[in-house]
Design a binder for this molecule. Structure first.
Ligand SMILES: C[S@@+](CC[C@H](N)C(=O)[O-])C[C@H]1O[C@@H](n2cnc3c(N)ncnc32)[C@H](O)[C@@H]1O
Length: 390
């Protein structure tokens, strides 16, 4: 990950601009005075840089929750912040960034908010969850130029690698999204997807709640799949296969297919590795035969006005249960422009979101983005607003 070590931290008055990078405000952790976040913007990307002050030096890097893609953006912001604060650089892995300029404007890389503005129109939509090296996704997109493919991946280097290939091949029927696929499914209109590929998902043997396949994922998949649409799970893990089979078979009604060691059109990087090791490969396919009701998402993420310092301080580090979900107030910050800010995890237990909430006398809002417009998030937001503003 890109980072810079500087000798000492000399904050400057914000907002300020350096080249194409805007620095809006600084937030300081109330419990750990050595941690500061710098709200930063490049184009339409909003994120935090993290400043970690230690006795020997100061570390500048991107903050995890809001980290933008591609990495090039972070590098640019780090360089410009070091320049703005006239910092003495002790060490840096942020090299020249100019050669990657074209990636910023990449039309194939969508944010979750692009989908919020309207789902792309296409006669046939196929989704790949966790495409990794992108070998299967890109092969499919090349073979089926009339189909729109949406590839979802949370690993940024994989996204960047796939973006490079899309540009080289000039593919126009492929959208990449840097987001948790489990949450993304909730935004897809009903009955429009013909395939959902989940190939070699991480088995998460010790943290099953992080698995992609779950009862909620299957329910959402069934809703978004068109009649005869297929959810295709492919795994080398016997454990994951057994867990998934149990999850699929507990549905009240389902049409399922199971295969062992079946070759498919293109073998992924993982698959090649397992085949060399002579591991078994299992497929479970769910074939949807229902028309689901239309997707209806109603609610808002607006907050009431006001900032009650005492109330907010009491909430810090507490967890509040809400019907269908929860809010955990992880960290409290004060900002250099007199506001307060929480880092929260919120939403459903299965698929929590990690976000910041900036609270001002006149306006409160989520940073870097609003939660996904799901029913649980709307309900949790309502409760959050009550807790913050009464
Ligand atoms: C073991 S790799 C397999 C990659 C690829 N499908 C293949 O067959 O080579 C699993 C991938 O899923 C991604 N992943 C895990 N959980 C995810 C989620 N909730 N949403 C999107 N991608 C996810 C990981 O980042 C990783 O790249």
């Amino acid at each position: 990950m890109p980072h810079i070590h500087i000798r000492s931290f000399k904050p400057v008055a914000l907002p300020a601009k350096k080249e194409n990078v805007a620095f809006h405000f600084m937030a300081s952790n109330v419990a750990h005075t050595d941690e500061h976040l710098i709200a930063t913007g490049i184009g339409d990307k909003e994120f935090f840089l993290l400043v970690k002050d230690t006795a020997e030096s100061v570390l500048l890097k991107s903050e995890k929750i809001s980290r933008p893609s591609p990495t090039y953006i972070v590098k640019q912001a780090l360089n410009q912040y070091a320049a703005l604060t006239e910092s003495e650089i002790l060490a840096s892995n942020v090299n020249d960034t100019s050669e990657h300029l074209h990636l910023v404007e990449d039309a194939s890389l969508w944010s979750i908010h692009d989908f919020g503005k309207g789902f792309p129109e296409a006669d046939d939509v196929r989704v790949e969850v966790g495409f990794g090296s992108g070998r299967h996704l890109i092969h499919q997109a090349k073979e089926n130029p009339d189909v729109l493919f949406i590839g979802i991946e949370i690993h940024k280097p994989s996204l960047e690698q796939a973006l490079k290939q899309i540009n080289i091949l000039g593919l126009k029927n492929l959208i990449l999204l840097d987001y948790d696929a489990r949450l993304f499914l909730e935004l897809i209109p009903s009955n429009i997807v013909s395939r959902i590929y989940v190939h070699f998902p991480v088995p998460w043997d010790k943290k099953p709640h992080r698995r992609v396949i779950s009862p909620a994922f299957i329910t959402e998949s069934t809703r978004v799949l068109a009649p005869q649409g297929r959810l295709e799970l492919r795994t080398d893990s016997e454990n994951y296969f057994a867990y998934s089979w149990e999850t699929f078979i507990s549905l009240t009604k389902a049409k399922l297919e199971v295969n062992k060691n079946q070759d498919i059109a293109i073998s992924s990087k993982y698959e090649d590795r397992w085949k060399k090791m002579e591991k078994n490969i299992y497929d479970i396919t769910l074939i949807n035969d229902e028309i689901s009701p239309e997707l209806k998402l109603e609610g808002s993420f607006l907050f009431k006005n006001g900032m009650d310092e005492e109330r907010l301080t009491k909430l810090n580090t507490t967890t509040q249960k809400v019907e269908g979900g929860f809010i955990h107030f992880e960290r409290l910050y004060t900002t250099d422009d007199g506001r307060m800010m929480f880092r929260v995890s919120m939403g459903s237990f299965e698929r929590p979101e990690h976000l910041y909430v900036i609270i001002g006398k006149e306006k409160s809002y989520y940073f870097p983005t609003q939660p996904v417009a799901s029913q649980v998030n709307f309900a949790v937001h309502k409760h959050l607003d009550e807790l913050l503003h009464g």
